[in-house]
Ligand binder design. Structure first.
Ligand code: NDP
Length: 328
């Protein structure tokens, strides 16, 4: 079988190396489905893996890339046959299992979900883990019983990938969206996605008080740390915040005051190990509830050759919206 091109992270005594290599199918890891990858994407986690800034990669050599869309080539899994269009998000892809920045992957069929009708492969990767996580956050808020009538919803890191999709989804669902950003010059972009108000990030980096003025009933937090602690302290009575990210830090210097005095809830959201039923629901909703024009407005496309540089930029907070990576 012909070798194929892959981006490979290796670890040497001098540190981490990243480069292109010819890879053979025989070198792929165990799995019952082989997929020819057409597109991947760039998430914050991919940036951490590519730069080695955090220990995302758990095995070396590793092909990074946590998301893919492609076509099944061979399958011994009864749910998939050659020619099926499939998506994979997470499950350790690009961390413990050889990932998506390659022309081929071999994976467990249980990790795959069919590409929903109504979405082109490129659009599926414009959504990617970031967009699918934004939908999981919206679903968590809804499951908690929150409705737009209760008050505004805040999104932190709004110009980023999860943030951009969260703004669009919450606005479409009828929420008055307050978009928090460190890039106020992107106000037009955020308003175009559906944000009703822009909140400068600096308003959420002030010293944390146990309770602040009640400003929002719901929220999607992609940054953690001091901004999340401030978001909690300003959440209305019986409101909830879905927390999925750590772009500002992994710590949470909060008090219990919002929880015990305002009945506020902090809803944790993980996309990597989310069960299949939840994934299918999220992707089905994304296919129907994410405006295609807004998705296009937040998406740029790069060839695989440029992913290393883009990885540096995403960890520096310089990427706007979503980035599709063309593989083949
Ligand atoms: P992006 O880099 O696209 O977005 C992150 C945004 O956070 C930036 O665009 C910026 O937004 C803001 N930001 C960056 N640095 C800081 C800082 N120091 N202080 C405050 N805000 C900052 O990343 P993604 O959207 O791909 O991911 C966002 C977060 O969500 C990441 O932490 C990622 O690991 C996490 N994540 C978690 C998942 C899960 O399963 N739980 C799945 C997917 C992502 P702005 O310029 O608007 O301020």
């Amino acid at each position: 079988m012909a070798p194929f091109k892959a981006l490979v992270i290796d670890r040497t005594e001098a540190g981490q190396t990243v480069g292109f290599r010819e890879f053979n199918e025989a070198d792929l890891m165990d799995g019952d489905v082989t997929v020819r990858v057409s597109h991947s994407t760039l998430n914050y986690k991919d940036g951490l893996a590519l730069t080695g800034k955090a220990p995302v990669v758990r095995r070396f050599p590793m092909i990074p890339g946590v998301d893919l869309v492609g076509t099944v080539e061979t399958s011994s899994n009864p749910d998939f046959k050659p020619g099926d269009a499939v998506i994979l998000n997470g499950w350790g892809l690009g961390e413990t299992h050889l990932g998506a920045y390659a022309e081929k992957v071999r994976v467990k069929g249980d990790w795959l979900i069919p590409l929903p009708s109504g979405l082109a492969p490129r659009q599926a990767m414009a959504i990617g883990t970031a967009g699918y996580t934004a939908m999981l956050c919206l679903m968590a808020l809804e499951k908690h019983g929150l409705k737009p009538e209760r008050g505004p919803a805040i999104v932190t890191g709004a110009v980023g990938g999860v943030g951009s999709v969260a703004v669009a989804l919450l606005a479409r669902a009828g929420w008055h969206v307050i978009a928090s950003t460190g890039r106020p010059e992107e106000a037009d972009y955020l308003n175009g996605l559906g944000a009703a108000e822009i909140l400068d990030r600096s308003e959420l980096t002030v010293p944390v008080r146990p309770l602040g003025k009640e400003r929002w009933a719901a929220g999607v937090d992609t940054v953690g740390s001091v901004p999340l602690a401030n978001v909690l302290s300003m959440t209305k009575y019986s409101g909830a915040i879905a927390a999925c990210g750590l772009a500002a830090g992994m710590d949470l210097p909060a008090t219990v005051a919002p929880f015990i005095l305002r009945n506020v809830a902090l809803l944790g959201v993980d996309s990597v190990m989310a069960p299949k039923a939840l994934r299918l629901e999220a992707w089905n909703r994304l296919a129907h509830e994410l405006d295609h024009d807004k998705l296009a407005a937040m998406t740029s496309t790069i060839p695989l050759d440029e992913v290393m540089e883009a990885g540096r930029r995403i960890v520096a907070g310089q990427i706007k919206g979503r980035v599709v990576v063309e593989i083949a």
